[in-house]
Write a protein that binds this ligand. Structure first.
Ligand code: AMP
Length: 215
């Protein structure tokens, strides 16, 4: 089954995608992770997009569609979870065409709905393990031992360069201008499911599971 997790920055898409990978053997395709990897490995594309990302703007459709096309070609038996992609109508059309070429389809789009005020608090306290990807928060989900990942024991804990209030405001603006029209787009296609993204992580996972079982 192929699904999209749709929602503003801080909605919990990455956290829920990781759970679906563990529980259902799906493959997570996060364009944000791919772009950060390109940046840190210093590729020409990575250098080109670094400033755009730090400003909280979207990188070009051409770049992200290219990244996704490459990963889709590798296949996934448990299906794909698109996390942070598509973010524009052009990307959504391109994804539909790429899946159709492979004889596949999109089975569900999960909109994770959250209150804007909660996003600022979520994002500004967020840090992740650079080794296993576990997500933490200064106030609501600190590590048990300071500076050490609960999940894998690594001390490689990181904060994203764009997880600050100024950049977040820009990311939210981009979301409302360019990405939120996808909610109507997928509603019209008949595969939109809405979940409340503000609950505790297990409650949100339960709602997503129920939506996927109905898809
Ligand atoms: P994320 O980790 O999904 O929050 O993405 C971090 C940043 O990467 C975004 O603020 C954009 O600059 C860029 N980015 C990630 N995915 C996309 C996409 N599908 N289209 C355009 N830019 C993207």
């Amino acid at each position: 089954m192929n699904i999209i997790l749709l929602g503003p920055p801080g909605a919990g898409k990455g956290t829920q995608a990781r759970k679906l990978v563990e529980e259902r053997g799906m493959v997570q395709l996060s364009t944000g992770d791919m772009l950060r990897e390109a940046r840190s490995s210093g590729t020409e594309m990575g250098q080109r997009v670094a400033q755009v990302m730090d400003r909280g703007e979207l990188v070009t459709d051409e770049i992200v569609i290219g990244l996704i096309a490459e990963k889709l070609a590798q296949g996934a038996t448990g299906g794909f979870i698109f996390d942070g992609f598509p973010r524009t109508l052009a990307q959504a059309d391109a994804l539909g065409a790429l899946l159709a070429e492979m004889g596949q389809k999109l089975d569900a789009v999960i909109e994770m709905r959250v209150d804007d005020a909660a996003l600022v608090a979520r994002i500004t306290g967020r840090f992740t393990c650079g080794d296993c990807g576990e997500v933490y928060h200064d106030q609501t989900r600190p590590t048990k031992v300071e500076g050490v990942c609960d999940s894998c024991g690594s001390s490689n804990l990181k904060r994203r360069a764009d997880d600050n209030e100024e950049s977040l405001r820009q990311r939210l603006m981009e979301y409302y201008k360019k990405t939120s029209p996808l909610i109507g787009y997928y509603y019209a296609k008949g595969n939109l499911h809405v979940v409340d993204g503000l609950g505790e992580i297990p409650a949100v996972s339960g709602d997503i599971k129920a939506a996927l079982d109905n898809a």
